[in-house]
Design a protein around this ligand. Structure first.
Ligand code: 6R9
Length: 650
């Protein structure tokens, strides 16, 4: 980490908003002063201004039992009504909500009136299938409009969605279905990725094969038309939607009614079901989407490239943009299909004004060269956002110059599945930006950088990133595991109201925040969180493996890459080559967890470096994986182990 800090310390470029941008900024400087003067009053104002409350709240925050927060507790609202009906009632029904583009090239423009009508029917289908408020519904869909319709329909009837990323394996699907006791799964026959049809329903079938879940029905969207197996519990989405009433009146639910569970990797093997509720979450999603992207819903065309299987897809594809009545692009496929300029072609075609994407994508495009984006007219772009991992100053500058034509401000946004919405970011009309820094907490959020003892580190120093006060979009818990919720996030400093994010950060001389990456055993590969423990347990579940250690090694494009060191049982070493073993194990992890978790490299070793108490020293393995001089080995039980590992790799 010290190399990175030195490098960032040399970064002195500053980009103030242009006078024209500042003059028309959606965000006014009073946001900061108002929030500083009365933080809770500020959030209450935002909640009232940005959302429709069927029953107004009178209480803003209950924090009498930390870390369990209640926001806007006595208020009632309907999330889907806020994202749909009220825009239609306000006369904006003809505004396009989604410009959808399938990977093979089909297009659909869906207005707010049409989206509302479709969600009403889908809500009636859920009711017909016996889904009631509080029930959990799993969603396993590609990036098609029905994914958003499904989420909103679940929200509309007060049920709870658990969206499972389309790349996850049957085992990961069944673990999530079981953990949440889901009663319904919404999926598709398949989807298009990289020019090919990928199967989805067969993965759901396999996940449900044991027959032990509470799932009563599987609702299947016809996307690709491929053959699928069919059982009594399966129903076609289009047939069901056609069979129900078109009208559905949204009922209000309490502000703390659960909205969704989203699983994310932690430091142990078992993914955590992060729980979010409605009123506070939607307030923060809408507030940040409006102010961080300087949104003008009447004229902007917004595009967030995240998949709905991740939190960014929840807050900045579904909830924030639709609550704000924005027009957005939704794209099904990969950036390089059928040609490497596909994204830039879409921006030119739909005249996208706001782009929100991840550093790993930017670095991939940098590698391909600026001549590809330069073939397209990107002059409509006026705000660029980055999320998911630290953005290095080179990638930030390339994004600004090549994609933003040197005029569109870049905002680097730090947040997490747990925080629900953006927490640290420049506001493009107000903040002088610095390449590589997330910079300042958004108005109403309080952040500090502390040392291990909980003391403020001061300007110019590094430490641990902490949120010091509750915020409206905060997670309300880990599904079914309140103890793990407390231990993971709130026990670090012995003060139950300090939230420990798991990230390292540094304050520069001006007090701006620079994120430095995770400080725990969580890796960040292409902006996706993966747990070393989860991949290790998958590797040792294979009969060939005796022991395994996984580290995240720096990678030019993906930020980090999964590198595994495994000890193979003697009985398997004789007749199989190392290359074959590695290939088998990579396929095994891919099958157990999903392709994103597949190790980039697997090294077969005789021993692993361990301390005397038996802890694997991943720091040393990371040195090896990154080709560095091996660090201090004095705490190793056997100091020769590293020599032996380095020899294996030569
Ligand atoms: C939104 C999202 C959260 C983790 C987080 C941190 C990393 C996200 C970042 C960033 C540096 C940024 N992270 N944004 N690091 N700068 N702008 O990505 O949520 O998938 O839960 O990941 O991602 O390490 O702790 P999630």
């Amino acid at each position: 980490m010290s190399v990175q800090i030195d490098h960032l310390l040399n970064e002195t470029r500053h980009f103030p908003p242009t006078p024209e941008f500042a003059a028309q900024s959606v965000s006014k400087p009073e946001l900061y002063t108002d929030a500083a003067a009365d933080r809770l009053g500020f959030w209450a104002d935002q909640a009232r201004e940005l959302l429709h409350w069927h029953k107004p709240f009178t209480k803003t925050l209950d924090w009498t039992n930390p870390p369990f927060a209640k926001w806007f507790e006595d208020g009632e609202l309907n999330v889907a009504y806020n994202c749909l009906d009220r825009h239609v009632l306000a006369g904006n029904g003809d505004r396009v909500a989604l410009y959808w583009e399938g990977e093979p090239g089909e297009t659909r423009a869906i207005t707010y009136a049409e989206l509302t009508a479709e969600v009403k029917r889908a809500a009636n289908v859920l009711i017909k299938l016996g889904v009631t408020a509080g029930d959990r519904v799993a969603v396993y869909l590609p990036m098609i409009p029905e994914a958003i319709v499904a989420m909103l329909a679940v929200a509309r009837v007060g049920a709870v969605h658990s969206v499972i990323f389309g790349g996850f394996s049957p085992e990961s699907i069944s673990a999530r279905i079981d953990d949440a006791d889901a009663v319904l799964v919404i999926t598709a026959d398949g989807g298009y990725r990289k020019g090919k049809v990928s199967a989805l329903k067969p993965a759901v079938d396999e996940a449900l094969a044991s027959g032990e879940s509470y799932v009563r029905n599987v609702l299947v969207v016809k996307r690709t038309g491929q053959d699928v197996d069919w059982t009594d519990r399966d129903l076609w989405w289009h047939e069901e939607l056609a069979s129900v009433d078109a009208e559905h009146e949204a009922q209000p639910f309490a502000a703390e009614n659960p909205l969704f569970i989203l699983y994310t990797s932690g430091t142990t093997g078992k993914p955590k079901g992060i729980l979010h509720t409605t009123g506070g979450y939607l307030t923060q999603a809408a507030f940040t989407h409006k102010n961080v992207f300087d949104l003008r819903p009447e004229t902007d065309v917004y595009w967030c490239t995240a998949d709905i299987g991740w939190i960014t897809g929840h807050s900045y594809v579904t909830y924030g943009p639709l609550a704000n009545g924005a027009t957005q692009v939704l794209y099904e496929g990969t950036p390089d299909t059928p040609h490497p300029g596909r994204w830039w072609e879409l921006i030119e075609k739909y005249k996208v004004t706001i782009l929100y994407t991840a550093p790993t994508a930017i670095r991939t495009f940098m590698k391909l060269g600026r001549q590809i984006p330069q073939k397209f007219d990107l002059s409509s772009l006026r705000v660029l956002g980055s999320v998911g991992e630290p953005i290095n100053p080179e990638a930030w500058m390339w994004y600004r110059e090549v994609i933003g034509g040197n005029k569109a401000p870049v905002v680097d946004t730090w947040w997490q599945t747990e925080t629900g919405g953006i927490m640290i970011s420049a506001l493009p009309g107000l903040t002088t930006t610095k390449p590589g820094a997330a910079q300042v907490p958004i108005p109403g959020v309080t952040i500090d950088v502390l040392d291990d003892d909980g003391a403020h580190v001061g300007h110019g120093n590094g430490g641990l990133l902490v949120v010091t006060e509750p915020w409206p979009g905060m997670l309300r818990g880990i599904w079914g595991d309140p103890e793990r919720f407390k231990e993971t996030y709130w026990d670090k400093f012995g003060n139950k109201s300090l939230y420990f994010a798991g990230d390292g950060a540094r304050l520069d001389d001006e007090g701006d925040i620079w994120l430095l990456g995770r400080v725990d055993d969580v890796m960040n590969v292409s902006g996706h969180r993966l747990s070393t423990a989860e991949i290790e347990s998958s590797l040792v579940a294979h009969p060939m493996t005796a022991e395994a250690a996984v580290v995240g090694a720096s990678d030019e494009v993906t930020g980090q890459a999964v590198v595994a060191f495994v000890i193979i049982k003697f009985s398997h070493l004789d007749d199989t080559s190392h290359a074959d073993i590695a290939a088998t194990l990579r396929a095994h992890v891919s099958q157990q967890i999903g392709a994103i978790a597949r190790p980039k490299h697997i090294f077969i070793v005789k021993e692993l470096p361990k301390t005397r108490s038996g802890k694997i020293m991943r720091r040393l393995l990371r040195d090896v994986a990154e080709g560095r001089e091996i660090g201090d080995v004095t705490t190793l039980a056997d100091t020769m182990v590293m020599q032996s590992i380095s020899n294996t790799m030569k």
